[in-house]
Design a protein around this ligand. Sequence first.
Ligand code: HEC
Ligand code: HEC
Length: 194
Amino acid sequence: MQKLRLFYCVVAAAVLIPAAAFAASAVSEGERLGRPCAGCHATNGYAPGEYIARIGGQNADYMTKVMKEFATGKRPGSVEMSLLAKGYSEADIAAISEYYGGKAWKNSTNKIDSKKSAAGLKLAKVSGCFDCHGAKGEGIDSFPRIGGQNSGYLYEALKRYKADKIASEEMALVKDMSESQLESLAQYFSGIRK
Ligand code: HEC
Ligand code: HEC
């Protein structure tokens, strides 16, 4: 009986260990490759400050798309992002995006202007932002999360869609908005703390 039990243990271990080792190595590949990102986006991608995006818990498919566009120059970004993205293969980018995308989201701690935020909420309601980005801006499918994102990043991103620096049919609606309206939207979505 003792021997039989040992036998089962060995069999179970032989079946389980490779699966566990495989899962661990897939995660650590993204973690290893994504280490330089933490230099700017902070540990787990929870970037403090206003202008560097939070990427911990952002949608992985969206991040993969954005990184590929940085690499090909299709998407204007900081010099750092374009140079960095070029150094990775498509598989690397997918692994890094899975790694950061798999983190739990943590909301921005940016200080929010309550007047601008209130104006932003009104505008968001009539503009359909929630239809695509979710009731709390948490993102739907591959539509990015914007709720609790850092305010300066949101504002800069909105200005890029307005100026057509990032081509997006879905985001074309902001072209008719003023910069102060975009700032209000950024303040509102950044300030979501739920
Ligand atoms: C030297 C600083 C720096 C490093 C290192 C860096 N980033 Fe960034 N990243 C930025 C800045 C600044 C922005 C916001 C401005 C912009 O869009 O370029 C940004 C934006 C992004 C965005 C867009 C966010 C969004 O919500 O669309 C993604 C995704 C991203 N970075 C991922 C990464 C990943 C993955 C790495 C590591 C491979 C990385 N970054 C390394 C500075 C950096
Ligand atoms: C029809 C669907 C749709 C609507 C409506 C919409 N969005 Fe978006 N939004 C998207 C998609 C898709 C993207 C990603 C586009 C890309 O590839 O850059 C996006 C991207 C963004 C980004 C950049 C996020 C990042 O991390 O880079 C911000 C900010 C944003 N939207 C804010 C808004 C606001 C504010 C509104 C309302 C005024 C709004 N969106 C309305 C679909 C939509």
